[in-house]
Design a protein around this ligand. Sequence first.
Ligand code: C2E
Ligand code: CA
Ligand code: CA
Length: 945
Amino acid sequence: MKRIHTLAVIVIAACIVVGGYNMDRALTRNAMDAQTINIAGAQRMLSQRIAALTLLYHRADPESSERYFKALKGAHARMLEGHQYLTQATGQSLAPAQSTQKLATLYSPTGRDLDRRVRRFLESTQAFLGVEQADLRAVPMPNFTDLDFLLADLDKAVSLYEANAKAKILAAERLLKQTILLALIVLFLVAVFVFRPMAKQASGALEESESELKKRSDLLSRAFDIAGMGYWLNRTDRPNELWISEELARLYKTNPVGQWLTLDQVKSLVQDQNNELLSKAARVSRATGTPQYVETRLRRGDGSFIEISTSIAAELDETGEVELITGVVRDITADVEARRAVEERSNDLKEAQELGNTAVWRFPIGARSLELNEDAYRLMRYDFSKMSDYKESADERTDKGTHLSRMCLGDSFEDLKRMSAQVFKTGQSGEVTIMMRRGDGTVADLSVRIKLQRDDEGKPIGFFGTMQDVSEQKEAERQLEQLAYYDHLTGLSNRALCMRQLKKLCNNQPGDGQDAALVLIDLDNFKEINDGLGHQAGDEFLCEIGRRLSHLAGPKNLVARLGGDEFALIIRDARSVDRVTSLVSSMLAAVAAPLQLDSAELVGGASAGICFIPSDTTSASEALRFADLALYDAKERGRNRFAFFNSDMSDRLQSRLSLSRDLRLAIANDELETHFQPIVSGKDGRVIGFETLMRWQHAERGWISPSEFIPIAESSHLIGDIGQFALKDACQHAVAMSEVTGEPIEVAVNVSAAQLWHGDVEQMIANALSASGVDPSLLCIELTESVFVGDSMDRVAAFLRRLKARGVQLALDDFGTGYSSLGYLNSLPFDKLKIDRSFVAGVDVSQKRFQVLEGVVGLARGLGMKVVAEGVETAAELAAIQSLDCDFVQGFFFGRPEGQSQALAAIERINGQAQDNAAAHLRQQVEQLEAVSRTALKGKTAAAS
Ligand code: C2E
Ligand code: CA
Ligand code: CA
């Protein structure tokens, strides 16, 4: 059978191949012949053209001859090409190698003649063309006498060829018809001898496929088993019976399979726990003809339980009546368990939501109120039952929008609206943390997630999202922030927060107008309080100052403690210099107001520096520096003041900085020198001692006045070193000069307030005394009233008493220039009062000044102090002062501050002068006495005679 089959196929294939080959050959030849005909025709035309062109060229004028020559060459080349094609094998598909041979037969009997003729024609043209163009005219025109024969031969060849080609196509067509006929015959034979036996075989295959089908149904049955499925049938004509499929029986774990059982029998085998449900579904399906689906629980034959689903479908007969009910049963135990797990998990989730304080909300566009779920009400501690009552009332519902705004605290409602707008615009979800008042009145921090809700077409229809109570987290953050941004002592903002606010302020400044100000406030005497009364008092003092400052600053401005005794004030709405001036003045006054502590009464003082933002700067760090410069300036000009920043300040600071650097070096290199100004007794005009005054010769700037460098030394903590040097040097000189003169020479040393606050002056004095071995009573310490600024009176008094106990003299310097509160003088152990030069100058010419000075001297006397008149420059001033009976006099009149040797010379000079004066005085007195006695003697003599 198979062999016949193969044979038939081979025969048909052979027919197709033969037919196809012949058809192809015929067509190929036809195409090839057509090509040859074309070329032969072209040759004919070309030969005519060449002949004509040659003639034209020969006769042409020089201008056009060039053109003809070119055309002639082209035509010749093409004809040569065509001839070569026709006579030689070119290897092209349409000109196989037999061309020459074919031409020979084709041209026959004249074929060879034609070839020769074409050749000759071409040769003569070639010869004509080969001549140099210039000589061409000299060459006779080729003889084309046999051109007519050539053309006739070509014509003949073409028509012969045409006829031949036609004959060949006809032959090919014939062959094609024969081939098709042959193929048809073969097909018939194949049908008779091959397909008939095959049809017979097909019935055998059917049997085979039945067994295949059986196999497949077994497979299906196994698949049923694997899927945990089975089915039953119930026919309308046998309503109380069920046909249980094998798989279902296996699922039921019962024995009898594949047969009709009565419903009771089935019930005895398996117990469906929801039997009612199942039979109801079957009834419905039967009655309505629609499929039903039920899930029930089943006790199987072996007693185990499974969950099953039954899909019940009714099959109708042609009349539309229900004929059969099928139930496809599936074991869905795993599904149900999984579903239960999911449910449990979602309950867990719900619980977790409650624990995580998360709730859901919705806000349809156009609605006026927020829809909250039950969790949300619980979260917000509202009574849900009451709130659902609210829902019923239209009034309350419309009120809820405003209700929400009332529940939100601070900027929360605005934040919420802003974020919703953003979500709407971008379509992306957003998150915002807001503060809301809960139902019980407490405040909650809520993290609200907002998403856009869209309909099926993607059109936004509202918002929805979650809300989470993050109060605890926020509280922790707040505490952290409190730690990071607030001063633990005063509760004010700290430096970090101050800087942050300042930066924010600077960034927001548009660039003109005096909109904000930074004020740096520095307490003048905090160190004394801290050192003198202890840290407890210091802390209380700082807290109180903080309270006073923030009270005055108000809620809009920020008061910060930057550290130590430094405070800052950011005035957000500074508006004008006057406004800032009045605020800062009131703050300084508040700091200076006495503070009563258990231990003592404190009187503070502060200085302030102010800079404006943005008119001075828009950089936070620069603002800080500028305010600091202004503060520095304020302190310089005396305490308890404030100063506005100006651009000179930084230049001044620069030069001060460089000077303080130089001063440090000068101290290290012993470039400082003590000079001595004599102090003279008002009684006998003799030198009782000197005031030591510091001198600094700067390498570039020459002599620098102590009025310039002492303040720098004070602010850069160099005053301690200078003071130590001054004390030591003075004591040594006192000893030396006393030795040289043989009389006690006192020295007065200036000690400034800064020295009392920074550094142990008492110890320095003790060291200087013991190192020199000088009699302590020869050392006089000069202090100005500035040491009593603020509250430190008690401390200074104690200090002075301790010095006094060491036997040192004390002088109050520059009296009359400072605080002029004389009350304290009574309680302080000053020995001398140095009346400032401003009282002395012009005392000889102004009656008024004389009276003032007289008053001051009288006061000092009343207080039991000796009086030193400073700055006496003229003899007249001296005379006036002497008439007031001053104890000591000092001034340029006696001598300027000078080095040690000049000082010694000054003693000699002044004392000599005093001696002379005294001698003159004595002489004068003697003369007066003599005159008196002479007069008296004269009188006596006169009386006697
Ligand atoms: P002071 O203690 O009031 O010193 C007196 C100042 O008056 C000295 O200026 C002195 O040269 C000047 N003087 C004295 N007699 C006359 C006079 O007849 N006419 C005028 N026009 N001036 C006179 P000096 O030396 O420039 O010192 C200035 C200030 O520097 C001193 O004022 C003192 O407060 C301070 N000082 C100088 N040396 C020291 C020092 O070693 N330690 C401290 N803490 N301060 C010093
Ligand atoms: Ca002095
Ligand atoms: Ca003085």
